[in-house]
Design a protein around this ligand. Structure first.
Ligand SMILES: Nc1ncnc2c1ncn2[C@@H]1O[C@H](COP(=O)(O)OP(=O)(O)OP(=O)(O)O)[C@@H](O)[C@H]1O
Ligand SMILES: O=P(O)(O)OC[C@H]1O[C@H](OP(=O)(O)OP(=O)(O)O)[C@H](O)[C@@H]1O
Length: 219
């Protein structure tokens, strides 16, 4: 009997969109997964020996890259930020759409870029890479949320953060000045597991077929 497959999902907002797709792929967590009072982090799946683990978005990539989970769902922002060589993102799930952008205080927009900037972000690697291309050295102040407060309070001149409707920026007096990356959620797999475990390859094919089916229905 092979070990159960471990499938990692993020706790946050992608999950609501991912669960119906997962169900169509035959990945259905047991009732305890939906019990808000439960403190469990690992859940059995209906009708299979698969196990679901619910972790922080960034940690989904870490569990999969290290082979502690074989499969996962995560935003392409996280995939690109880590750039793990052992992590492969074969299927764009066409959910969780947003973008990674630079924003600054509305009244400060304009003028030439200085050679050094202090930027608040949850994405230090993507931020440094983006500004390097512009010939700017970015000093990144790592924050884990509420980035939009940083420019107003003088912690940084700009932020690099996720934008969807743009409402959070607007309500905090910031404007989007450039777009770094268009983002959507991906099915991710551990490269070694994909080569050695047929169940991983089968799951990839199932998700790929579902996405193709939805794209066909939308066309
Ligand atoms: N406003 C948004 N609109 C659409 N997708 C978003 C938005 N914000 C984030 N996302 C996507 O959802 C993913 C998870 O975001 P979110 O921060 O809600 O998750 P989380 O698991 O609560 O994160 P954390 O571990 O930081 O608490 C992001 O990596 C991104 O791909
Ligand atoms: O453009 P909008 O539609 O306003 O969405 C953007 C906001 O969504 C995300 O935050 P989230 O709500 O996940 O909270 P967080 O600060 O805890 O990450 C992101 O970090 C922005 O703050």
């Amino acid at each position: 009997m092979p070990n159960p497959l471990t499938f990692a999902v993020p706790k946050g907002r992608i999950l609501d969109e991912a669960l119906p797709l997962m169900a169509r792929a035959g990945v259905v967590p047991d009732a305890e997964f939906h019990d808000k009072k439960s403190r469990a982090l690992s859940f059995a799946c209906e009708g299979s020996d698969m196990r679901l683990i619910r972790v922080r978005a960034f940690d989904v990539a870490t569990f999969v890259a290290h082979g502690a989970a074989q499969v996962g769902i995560v935003g392409s922002d996280v995939v690109e930020e880590f750039n793990y060589s052992d992590l492969y993102a074969p299927v764009d799930l066409d959910i969780g759409h947003c973008r990674l952008s630079v924003a600054e205080m509305a009244e400060k927009v304009g003028g030439p870029l200085p050679s050094h900037l202090r930027i608040a972000s949850k994405y230090p690697n993507l931020t440094r890479r983006h500004f390097e291309k512009l010939g700017v050295q970015a000093e990144v102040v790592k924050l884990n949320g509420a980035m939009e407060l940083a420019p107003t309070l003088g912690l940084s001149s700009r932020i690099v953060d996720l934008v969807s409707t743009g409402r959070t920026l607007k309500e905090n007096g910031l404007v989007e000045t450039s777009r770094i990356l268009d983002i959507s959620a991906r099915l991710i797999v551990n490269r070694a597991a994909l080569k050695t475990d047929e169940r991983v390859a089968a799951l990839v094919e199932r998700f790929r077929a579902l996405v193709a089916e939805d794209a066909g229905a939308a066309a």
